[in-house]
Unconditional design. Structure first.
Length: 542
């Protein structure tokens, strides 16, 4: 460094500019960061004064090879930009010149200014180049240009050996967004988690007919991460996705119907009410389908014809009848009130079951509408001693608030202590299922803490005493049951904290992933007290 003579460098650069000797000028500039600041400014001054066709490639050279120096001297980038903006033919010439170096910066700039005339040259560079940086620059530039002529060559990079090329090609095709580009992305799905998610993000953004169909198809995926992403994307798209999802209900595919019903309920579009009612009218054999249908209707405005929901109260599967009660409570009216009173007034076994369902589901509107009836009070009192203390407290408070203190005193718990019970966590994104858990786990002698969001269970494990057992759903947004299990296994072994996964699906891929993550046992919905007790008894004393 000490041997460099800045005066000689300045004279040399001036001479090189005069003689248009690019190679020698670039050699001088390659030493720019080895002289003092005053000399740097003088050298840049001489460069900036040069003719556009000479200084442009030299400025590109500096931007490529002297990035830190360029940050200190904004004039380099500013001159580069202004020179090429005023001389776009020069930019095109530099891209086409096979002998011109530093093409990465010219490619990037062509993309930044959306110079569409440069697309053919960039496509040719992408085809011929083997330089990693040039390939990435070309793909990014074609993405910014939205060049439809580049779909084929970009599609080739979906299957390249470079993960970075593939991800950038996904983004580029997504930006182009034509039906052909989206179809090429659809064909790439299914072999890589990260790439699949990137493609699904494109579909969620584009939202054309192909994208919606592909997102809808993905909710049938054998992979939980794909299903959950697709369901979340369709939910975020909202009403626009409803017609596509509704079509799924006509197929005799329980898993597809369940996932579709989950999304339709969450979107809360009234147009889904009719198709869901039609599905229930056809009496699907799978109880998980019936549960999902009633759960969806509990989130939808189904006032017209809501009396048809009452049939769900007599469903033989407890989970389903609880979901039906919630749907009725959401759409409660005088016709439903009269119908339910007629169903329970005889106090027979079916009536006892319906009253138990109303209590367990915490359907407040139904409960209050019946609270003044002596036959209802008798059945409540007969059942209430077996109910979780929190539910008893809830109804006592509700009755007192609604001027029925005597009935409230009859069901208020005598003691709030439930010591000595094994402690368990139950994690499920369905509030209805959590209500079922609350009742069942209490009935079989367990002290349950319920979590609608897995992150809550994770935080509780960090801050509270370890439970004896955990029940978790599989398909949950943000954190799946498998991901939750992996996080728990970072702290607790399978022996020290057993985990039972409870799911609607019996998929080989999910089961294998669950066991690999550290799940001790898998059971399937719908569940009842006997099934839960039998599973829990393998790991704790009940």
């Amino acid at each position: 460094m000490g041997n460099l003579n800045s005066v000689h460098m300045i004279d040399e650069l001036k001479y090189n500019i005069e003689k248009k000797d690019f190679i020698k000028a670039s050699l001088v500039l390659s030493c720019l960061d080895q002289v003092d600041e005053k000399s740097q400014k003088r050298l840049l001054f001489e460069l900036v004064r040069a003719e556009p066709e000479f200084k442009a490639p030299l400025l590109g050279f500096l931007l490529s090879h002297k990035k830190e120096l360029c940050n200190s001297f904004p004039v380099i980038k500013e001159t580069f930009v202004s020179t090429l903006l005023e001389n776009r033919a020069l930019l095109l010439g530099l891209l086409n010149d096979k002998n011109a170096g530093n093409k990465e910066v010219f490619i990037e700039f062509a993309g930044e200014i959306e110079f569409e005339e440069a697309a053919p040259a960039i496509r040719e560079l992408l085809t011929e180049s083997r330089d990693h940086k040039i390939i990435i620059a070309c793909i990014k530039a074609l993405r910014k240009l939205g060049d439809t002529e580049s779909i084929t060559i970009l599609s080739d990079h979906l299957y390249s050996g470079s993960r970075e090329f593939t991800i950038e090609a996904v983004k580029a095709l997504g930006q182009i967004g034509t039906p052909t580009a989206i179809q090429r992305l659809a064909e790439r799905l299914g072999t890589d988690h990260e790439i699949d998610v990137n493609i699904m993000k494109v579909f969620a953004k584009v939202q054309d007919s192909i994208s919606l169909e592909m997102l809808n198809k993905a909710i049938q995926s054998h992979h939980a991460h794909m299903r959950n992403f697709a369901k979340t994307a369709l939910l975020n798209i909202g009403t626009k996705s409803v017609p596509v999802i509704i079509k799924n209900l006509q197929y005799d595919d329980p898993d597809l119907q369940i996932h579709s019903l989950n999304v339709l309920g969450a979107i809360e579009d009234p147009s889904a009410v009719g198709p869901i009612r039609k599905l229930l009218h056809n009496e699907p054999k799978n109880p998980n389908v019936r549960f999902a249908a009633y759960e969806a209707l509990s989130l939808l405005p189904a006032h017209e014809g809501a009396f048809t929901l009452a049939a769900g109260l007599t469903d033989p599967v407890e989970n389903v009848s609880v979901a039906a009660a919630n749907a009725i409570d959401r759409n409660f009216n005088h016709i439903l009130e009269a119908g339910i009173k007629n169903m329970i007034k005889d106090k027979d076994d079916d009536a006892q079951k319906i009253v138990k369902t109303i209590i367990d589901s915490m359907s407040d509107k139904i409960f209050l509408s019946l609270a003044s009836e002596t036959y209802f009070q008798d059945m409540v009192i007969a059942h209430i001693s077996r109910v979780h203390v929190d539910i008893r407290k809830h109804y006592a408070k509700l009755l007192k608030k609604n001027n029925q203190p005597e009935f409230a005193d009859m069901i208020r718990p005598a003691s709030e202590e439930e010591r000595g019970r094994p402690r368990v966590y139950a994690v499920d994104d369905s509030r209805m299922i959590l209500n079922v858990y609350k009742t069942i786990l209490h009935e079989i002698g367990l002290d349950a803490t319920l979590f609608e969001f897995p992150i809550g269970a994770i935080e509780a494990l960090d801050n509270e005493k370890k439970p004896d057992l955990i029940f978790t759903d599989l398909n949950m947004p943000e954190i799946t049951g498998i991901e939750l299990t992996k996080k728990i296994r970072n702290k607790y072994t399978e022996k020290s904290l057993p985990i039972i996964m409870v799911t609607t699906q019996n998929e080989a891929n999910d089961n294998k992933a669950a066991i690999a993550a550290g799940v001790n046992k898998i059971i399937y919905k719908p569940f009842d007290a006997e099934k839960i007790k039998e599973a829990a008894a393998e790991f704790i004393n009940i």
